[in-house]
Design a protein around this ligand. Structure first.
Ligand code: TRP
Length: 337
């Protein structure tokens, strides 16, 4: 495909903690594949992260670590745009403008706003409410065609489309209206202790429930060996066997096999043998990522240069869109100021 025909994919992740195996299989692993067929823009959404309280030094470190981890899993900063959201001031600027084209009522209806307000009763700040407008700004600045989002972000993509269409109806075709994108592969990984709910990094109540990409490899193996199964003995993919099915999904994803192939690998095997094999497969998948992460993180100058170049490449595109928007709403356009 020539560059002109390539579609633009935008995605971002908050630096709120080390990504889990669920984030890796459900999102990051796919991002690596997408870079061959699309123009990808990947952001570290640190502006979204401060809608809940963060410790500043920790946030700075987590932001950098997440970027280094993206590099470690194989995101190529030459092929893609990889940047830190707060480095590109256009996000905050477009955010303000779009706030004025978004209704409080529609923001209050967002399920994530309701959930987060319930969880952080002591800090229901305006940013929590306008969070989807910032997300819309991210996506629209880069004229993204496609946004790979999980179930939890689908509503935010819908409101992004609504805001874009509303603005376009007033001012002409300024924004590209993005579509959701569900990659062909990428299973939904569930918690190891609670396999009926998504493995999520926020769900930290039981530390054995979630595998983090930077966990010690021995810890990872142990978490898998402690995973909840069932009283049956057969390694079989089935709705009434959520624990075993989840482990099969994990195994298939990290070995790039189909579920059928994974089941065939464990025909007649007992749960103990199965879990050990899953643990080993996961460890072998994560080991090189951790080694790369350590190597890249130690190279401070390299990480700095990726951050710097990413910000510049991102700003060039974002500022072009912003400048168009400013003209449309009637602001004086002063490029270079
Ligand atoms: N809100 C997203 C999340 O928490 C992260 C995000 C920020 C994002 N901006 C985005 C995702 C734009 C997709 C597109 O998962």
């Amino acid at each position: 495909m020539s560059n002109e025909q390539r579609k633009v994919i935008y995605s971002a992740m908050q630096p709120s903690g080390v990504p889990s195996l669920g984030n890796y299989i459900g999102a990051l692993k796919n991002w690596v594949n997408l870079q061959n067929d699309y123009d990808c823009v990947f952001a570290i959404a640190n502006m979204h992260a401060i809608t809940v309280r963060q410790e500043p030094a920790q946030l700075r470190k987590k932001t950098r670590d997440l970027l280094a981890l993206f590099l470690a899993i194989g995101i190529d900063p030459e092929k893609n745009i990889l940047y830190i959201q707060s480095d590109v001031t256009a996000h905050a600027q477009l955010n303000w403008i779009l706030n004025c084209y978004t209704y409080v009522g529609e923001l209050q209806r967002m399920t994530q706003f309701k959930d987060k307000s319930a969880k952080h009763e002591e800090n229901i700040n305006s940013g929590l409410l306008t969070y989807p407008v910032l997300m819309a700004s991210d996506i629209l600045l880069y004229k993204a065609d496609l946004v790979p989002v999980g179930e939890d972000q689908r509503q935010h993509l819908e409101i992004t489309r609504d805001i874009a269409e509303r603005f376009n109806n007033l001012y002409g075709e300024v924004f590209k209206v993005p579509e959701g994108f569900i990659p062909k592969v990428g299973a939904r990984i569930m918690g190891l202790q609670n396999p009926t709910r998504k493995m999520s990094k926020s769900e930290s109540d039981n530390e054995n429930n979630v595998i983090y990409l930077l966990d010690d490899l021995k810890v990872i193996a142990n978490k898998i060996k402690r995973a909840v199964t069932d009283s049956d003995t057969e390694v079989r993919y089935s709705e009434d066997k959520p624990g075993i099915s989840n482990l099969l999904n994990i195994y298939a994803s990290v070995t790039d096999k189909t579920i059928e192939e994974a089941e065939a690998d464990f025909k007649g095997a007992n749960y103990g043998t199965f879990k050990s094999a899953v643990a080993e497969a996961v460890v072998e998948r994560i080991r090189p990522i951790q080694e790369e992460f350590a190597r890249i993180s130690a190279d401070k100058a390299y990480v700095d240069s990726v951050i710097e170049q990413g910000a510049q490449k991102a700003a060039r595109i974002a500022n072009k869109t912003l400048s168009k928007v400013k003209k449309k709403v009637g602001f004086p356009d002063r490029p270079g100021l």
